[in-house]
Structure formats: structure tokens, C-alpha cells
Design a protein around this ligand. Structure first.
Ligand SMILES: C[S@@+](CC[C@H](N)C(=O)[O-])C[C@H]1O[C@@H](n2cnc3c(N)ncnc32)[C@H](O)[C@@H]1O
Length: 283
């Protein structure tokens, strides 16, 4: 089969959606070790039968709802490439908003010789911690995750980006390993926020393939944020900026929670689609 026919077959097999086209191109490019432009420019090139069969096996996984990033073991986030597999959530583009917010804070408070302390809670693949460290020099990042297997992946990415000196990763249930009275300039968290009962907006493929510990935050989705806010209060953890991501429809619940734990200085921000997505608290 030639490249053009392999792609045509794949798109039909996956159901002729826009995603089917994109996914087919990414997976075929991965199998052949070439980029999308190559596929377009070499449509008449013959594909080895062994590779066609391998491609079809991957297509079955895509049809079964598995994220393409788990097949290619790669996901772009904030312009950087991350190793991902089923041990971690696939980084989402909306999470780049958290990185933007933190970088803006760091840049506008930068002082010659100052080294900021940043804490990333629920680091997963390490995408937030690494995107921050790659884009602003004067900081040390502590990255935490409860999942040992997620930490293995974060370590792969830290090494891949040569950030062993800048990003330290530890296993911790939320802030358990943080000392009482410890101070950070920034705490950033993208904790699991899908509710088991309320706010249960999750696609079948996501729930089936991505780790449950990365998705669910109790019945209303906010259990882990509540627990972390309580730990911050109990341990008197200091911060100048605390930012976190939350899900569709949770803005009002978050406002109630934030006003309970922080008297003032908090705000909710929406994404480009106008959906409330992120909270920021000034300490
Ligand atoms: C929504 S994912 C976010 C991953 C990554 N930071 C990102 O933005 O793509 C949530 C992460 O929080 C971790 N997590 C879940 N419960 C936790 C807890 N109690 N303490 C620390 N991390 C937790 C999960 O293992 C998962 O890696």
C-alpha cells in the first residue's frame, strides 16, 4: 500500500472525523519515523507490509479510545516535548494557563540574584514544573505526587530536559512532606478535579485509559483542593501566589471554598473560551 491509501484506510476505519485525520497522520508519521509534511509530499511512496500491520495494530488502540500520546510516548506542552505513558495524565493545553500565570508572577517579581521557591503539587509527568524551570532561570522547583509510577515518569522528563539541579521530585500525599511553616513563593497545583457524582464531565476514553488517581477528586471533584487548603492552613505553609486548575462548572463551588479558606486576594480566571478554569490566591 502507498502512504496516501494507508491514510485513507485509517481515516475511514476511525470514522471520518477531524480527529481521525489528525490521529492517523500522527500515528503513521510515528511508525515511519517521519513528520506530517513528509507524508503529504510522499503520498505515492510504498509502505512496507510489516509497517502497515504495525500501524493497523496502533489504529485498533486509537479506535479503542487510547490517547495517541500513549502510543507515540510523546506530548507537546508549552512548546516542549514530554515522555508520557499510561502512568500519567496526558498534559492538556488548558494547563498552559497555569504556567503562564506563574511565569508572569516570577518575571514581574524578579530581582537580581533572587532564587524563587516553587512547589508543584500533583506533578504527573512533571510538565508544569519543567515548563516553569525551562522558561525562568531563577527558581528551584519542588514537585510532588502521590503516585510512585507518576514520579518515575516525572524523573524521566526531568532528566530528558537536564533539570536535575533545578527540579526535585518527591512522593507525597498532597503537602505531607512539607514542613510546618515552610515558605514558597509560588504553589501551583493541577489536582484531580473530576467528581464521581457531581461535575462528572469525563469522556469514556479518558476514564478507560488515563490513571484514575490523576482524574477523580472525590464526589464533587474538589476533595483534594479542600484537603490541600486545609493543610496549608494547619501547617502554616507560606506562599505569595497559589494557583490551581479546575473543571467545567466548578467556578461557583471554588468561590465558596476559596472564601472559606482565604479571606481576600483570590480570583477566578477563565480560559480563552470564557470557561472558568483557574484560581489564583495572593498570600
Ligand atoms: C490532573 S493530574 C495533573 C498532572 C500534571 N500536573 C498536569 O498538569 O498534566 C493530577 C496529578 O495529581 C496526582 N495526585 C492525585 N492525588 C494526589 C495526592 N493526594 N497528593 C499528591 N498528588 C496527587 C496524580 O497522581 C496526578 O499525577
Amino acid at each position: 500500500m502507498i502512504i496516501r491509501d494507508v491514510l485513507k484506510f485509517a481515516v475511514e476505519y476511525l470514522g471520518k472525523t477531524e480527529n481521525a485525520v489528525l490521529d492517523s497522520e500522527v500515528v503513521l508519521g510515528f511508525v515511519l519515523g517521519v513528520d506530517k509534511e513528509y507524508l503529504f509530499a510522499h503520498g505515492n511512496e510504498e509502505v512496507d507490509g510489516f509497517l502497515v500491520n504495525l500501524f493497523k495494530k496502533y489504529l485498533d488502540r486509537v479506535k479503542n479510545g487510547e490517547p495517541v500520546s500513549y502510543i507515540t510516548n510523546s506530548k507537546e506542552f508549552y512548546g516542549l516535548d514530554f515522555f508520557v505513558d499510561k502512568r500519567v495524565l496526558v498534559p492538556r493545553p488548558e494547563t498552559e494557563m497555569l504556567v503562564e500565570e506563574v511565569l508572569q508572577f516570577l518575571k514581574s517579581n524578579a530581582d537580581a540574584g533572587k532564587c524563587f521557591r516553587v512547589l508543584d503539587v500533583g506533578t504527573g509527568s512533571g510538565n508544569i514544573a519543567i515548563a516553569l524551570a525551562k522558561n525562568f532561570d531563577g527558581q528551584d522547583v519542588v514537585a510532588l505526587d502521590v503516585s510512585e509510577s507518576a514520579i518515575e515518569v516525572a524523573k524521566i522528563n526531568i532528566e530528558q530536559h537536564s533539570l536535575e539541579d533545578k527540579v526535585q521530585v518527591y512522593q507525597s500525599d498532597l503537602l505531607d512532606v512539607i514542613d510546618d511553616g515552610e515558605n514558597f513563593d509560588v504553589i501551583v497545583a493541577n489536582l484531580p478535579y473530576i467528581g464521581r457524582i457531581k461535575n462528572n464531565y469525563v469522556g469514556g476514553g479518558v476514564e478507560k485509559h488515563e490513571p484514575g488517581t490523576a482524574l477523580f477528586g472525590g464526589n464533587d471533584g474538589l476533595k483534594l483542593y479542600k484537603k490541600m487548603f486545609q493543610q496549608i492552613a494547619d501547617k502554616r505553609v507560606g506562599f505569595k501566589l497559589l494557583v490551581g486548575e479546575f473543571g467545567f462548572g466548578q467556578g461557583k463551588d471554588l468561590e465558596i471554598l476559596l472564601s472559606k479558606y482565604f479571606d481576600h486576594g483570590w480570583r477566578i480566571k477563565s480560559d480563552l473560551a470564557g470557561i472558568d478554569r483557574m484560581f489564583a490566591v495572593e498570600g
